[in-house]
Design a protein around this ligand. Sequence first.
Ligand code: BTN
Length: 252
Amino acid sequence: MIVNIGSKIIRIDQIDSTNNYAAEQILTKRPQEGTLFISDRQVGGRGQASNRWESEPYQNLTFSVVLYPDYLPIQEQFLISKAFSLSVVDFLRLHTDRVTIKWPNDIYVGNRKVCGMLIENSIHHDKIGSCIVGIGLNINQMNFVSDAPNPISLKQITGKTLPLDLALTQLCNCMTHRYAAILEDQCDALHHDYLFALYRLGEWHHFADQNTDYIGRILGVDEFGRLVIEDQKGRHSSYNFKEVRYLNTESE
Ligand code: BTN
């Protein structure tokens, strides 16, 4: 059964975080799968690793999608990251080129971040009971004031304003299409597309883990979504989120 992402869209005038709002709604009302909560004024947006997410009111897309992928074992949760990262890539490629996924799910244009994702799962009997996919996609903002290292918006890239309603409609189509791949058991295709969209795949660059700085190249991601990097001696390391840093990106 296809889940139509955004078939129900709930607009909230001002909110701290659409992820928080979606979590409350799941507890109190269990909204239908694919419901999208969006706010033009998200004032306490949350990012990865307790960072904040900057978004100027009325300039960008900040929203959360509710899913109930209760057929998915928790070990396979990275499939959701793959599907939604690729949906943003598909959307952005309608408007620009040089779009990649910086593992695990930052979306880059060139060396700059145009979109971040905060995916929050609740576990039920070793399966994913509910999942909130929170997406912050910079569309028309022209100045970024926070200390985020390298933000950019689509307008800064293309020079054109994109109406937010049009952007959301296009993105909902992309999300529906990519999420269907999980339900239709096309996970190999998702994996393939994810790999080929990966930022710096196969290129030699500087990385840092808890032990050392080294030159390595990304080989891919394993079945658990860990990033696999090969060093110059041919040794492979697999990393969970925040266990490795990319050095020498434009401003990191
Ligand atoms: C990141 O740090 O890259 C993740 C950013 C995620 C931001 C989005 S905006 C909509 C949703 N609500 C939140 O509070 N965060 C996510």
